[in-house]
Design a protein around this ligand. Sequence first.
Ligand code: KIV
Length: 270
Amino acid sequence: MKDDKKFTILDFIRKKESGEKITMLTAYDYPMASLIDRAGIDSILVGDSLGMVVLGRESTVSVTMDEMIHHAKAVRNGVKRAFLIGDMPFMSYQTSDEDAVRNAGRFVKEAGCDAVKIEGGREVCERASAVINAGIPVLGHIGLTPQSVSKLGGYRVQGKDPSSAARLMDGAKHLASAGCFAVILECIPKALAKKIAGRVSIPVIGIGAGSGCDGQVLVTYDMIGYFDKFVPKFVKQYADISGTISEAIRKFKMEIESGDFPEDKHSFTS
Ligand code: KIV
C-alpha cells in the first residue's frame, strides 16, 4: 500500500485529471474489507451483488435496505483508508426523492458510508440531485444495470446500436451535470466507454467496459474465484479461492477421520 491517507471524493477527480487509474472492489464483510483496504484499493463498494454472490439468489432485485445496512456495517469495521460506497438496492430510491434521501442517509448514519450508488441515467438525475443536495455524494451506474434486468431482457451488452450508445452518452453527461462524483459503466463496448470517458468531466469506472475508462471495478468474489456459479467474460480470475477452500475442508475431514487432528499442540493438559 502506498500511503495511509484516506481516499476522498477529491481524489477521484484528481486521479482522472492526472491520468492515474482508480481502483475499486466490492466487499460484503469485515475480513474481506480489511484485506482490500490494506492492499491500498481506492474505493470499496458494498454492492447489491450481495444478493447473488453472498445470499445465493438469482438476481439483485430482492435485496433489501436492511440487508445492505447489515453488511455495510461489517465492511465499515474493516475500512480505514478506502472510500466506502453503499449500493442503494432496488426500490430504495426509485419511488421518490424522500425515500432516496432517507435511505441514502441510512447508509451514512448507520453504516458510516462515504457515498451511495444508484442505477440509471437521465431518468434518475432528479433523485441523484436530491441525495447530493442532502450532502451525500452519489456514484452513477449505467449500461447493464442489474436492477433493470427484466426491462433489459437479460444480462447482455448495452450500447451496441447507435441509439442506445447515444442514450448512454446522454446519461453519463446528465449524471455529471446532476453532480455525481463518478459513474460506473457496466458491460458496454470498449470504444463507447472510451468515448464517454473522454467527453465527461467526472471519472468513469468500468466493469466489462474495456481499458479506456478512468478506473476499474470488479465483484471481488468473481475476481478471486469464490463465486463459481458462472464467470462473466469481463472477469479476470486472479485466484482460485474455491479450490483452496475445498482442499482445506477435504483435508480437515480426512484428518479427523484418520485421528491426525487434533494433535497434542491443539489440546489442553489441565
Ligand atoms: O452490485 C455490484 O457489485 C455492482 C458492481 C458490479 C458495480 O453494482
